[in-house]
Design a protein around this ligand. Structure first.
Ligand code: KG4
Ligand code: ZN
Length: 338
């Protein structure tokens, strides 16, 4: 089954082609970074309008690049939520209309399910059951995955998501949008131990996270050391990264102990973080287990993960009726088992 996947939940227009026999065939991404740069963050209305302009040319380019005829598609998948409603509606309307015109099945995909299945785009894919650490711009969750579509949330952030904390802290430090990856890069240049920030929630027995206090603590440091030299900036960034990653690490380690699982999947934008990868790789090696990360281009939003997830559901005979809708909020533990 050959499936076209469409991602438009935020500031990236992504399209991908996935076949259950051949795996990922190709994918293309258009990032709106330049569009939102001068506003210092994503402007939802501009995001929607840009998705409208970019989606059709991207699909055409993908089909041309892979010499695929529209009629060769067996199904179409799109991100139905969670995300920005207007942006989601662009992808949903496009996908549903195209599927209708081709008389092919169409399925709305949960964006977070797609993130956590993204390591399955690789040849060396994780096998079930596994523990997933999902760390994106909007969510931080530890999830027990017993079967595809069956997601038990063991813990999550009580306030800001890890990626959101990176983005907000970057802004406080005067770094340009998109702050998260820029802050992470700066952190790698800094020296650890020059400042001290708290490790939120690590001494609590549960598997929840909290990151909003960290940005306030950084704001105080920034205030105290104004004007910031490049060295001080890098050292603060380094300590901030250390605090976030240690907190993710401690809770993930605890979840592995509690569940007895030895397979860990880390996905979402923050899974690109080098320090997090290093900490978890070391730990899983110690445990005799294995950790799976998506390759860098699949850590952040993309159409390939939507095509893969849609394909899994369509192969299982799960597709939507002719209506379509999007969900800005959509609990992950309410999905149907695949
Ligand atoms: O998964 P994603 O592309 O979008 C959502 O679905 O939210 O994640 C984007 C998030 C942003 O908050 C960004 O700051 C963060 O991932 N991010 C990083 C890194 N690269 C992206 N955070 C820490 N370290 C990185 N290297
Ligand atoms: Zn995402």
């Amino acid at each position: 089954m050959l499936v076209l996947g469409i991602e438009s939940s935020c500031d990236e227009t992504g399209v991908g082609l996935y076949s259950d026999e051949q795996g990922l065939i190709a994918h293309t991404l258009y990032s709106q970074v330049d569009l939102h740069l001068r506003y210092g963050g994503v402007v939802p209305e501009l995001a929607s309008r840009d998705h409208i302009q970019k989606l059709q040319p991207l699909v055409h380019a993908l089909l041309d690049k892979t010499a695929t005829k529209l009629t060769a598609l067996d199904g179409i998948a799109y991100t139905a939520g969670p995300g920005l409603s207007g942006a989601l509606l662009v992808g949903a309307a496009f996908a549903r209309s195209l599927a209708y015109s081709l008389n092919k099945p169409c399925v709305g995909v949960h964006h977070l399910e797609a993130h956590l299945l993204s390591p399955m785009l690789e040849e060396n894919a994780p096998s079930l059951p596994f523990l997933a650490l999902l760390v994106s711009g909007g969510h931080t969750m530890l999830i027990k995955v017993a079967a595809l579509g069956q997601y038990e949330i063991l813990g999550e952030s009580l306030d800001d998501a890890a990626g959101e904390a990176f983005d907000k802290t970057a802004k406080i430090m005067g770094l340009p949008y998109p702050g998260g990856p820029i802050l992470a890069k700066l952190a790698d240049e800094g020296k650890s131990g020059m400042f001290h920030l708290p490790r939120p929630m690590v001494n609590r027995a549960n598997l929840d996270f909290s990151f909003s206090g960290l940005k306030t603590a950084v704001a105080e440091l920034v205030q105290k050391h104004r004007p910031l030299t490049e060295t001080v900036k890098a050292n603060i960034a380094c300590e901030f990264q250390e605090a976030v990653m240690e907190s993710l690490f401690v809770k993930t380690k605890r979840a592995l102990q509690q569940t007895g699982l030895k397979t860990l999947v880390v996905a979402g934008g923050v899974s690109a973080n080098k320090r997090l990868r290093h900490l978890l790789q070391q730990e899983l090696m110690k445990l005799g287990g294995q950790v799976y990360f998506p390759r860098h281009e699949f850590c952040t939003d993309n159409g390939a993960m939507i095509a893969l997830t849609g394909c899994l559901r369509l192969v299982a005979g799960q597709y939507d009726d002719l209506g379509f809708g999007v969900r800005a909020r959509w609990p992950l533990d309410m999905l149907k088992k695949i």
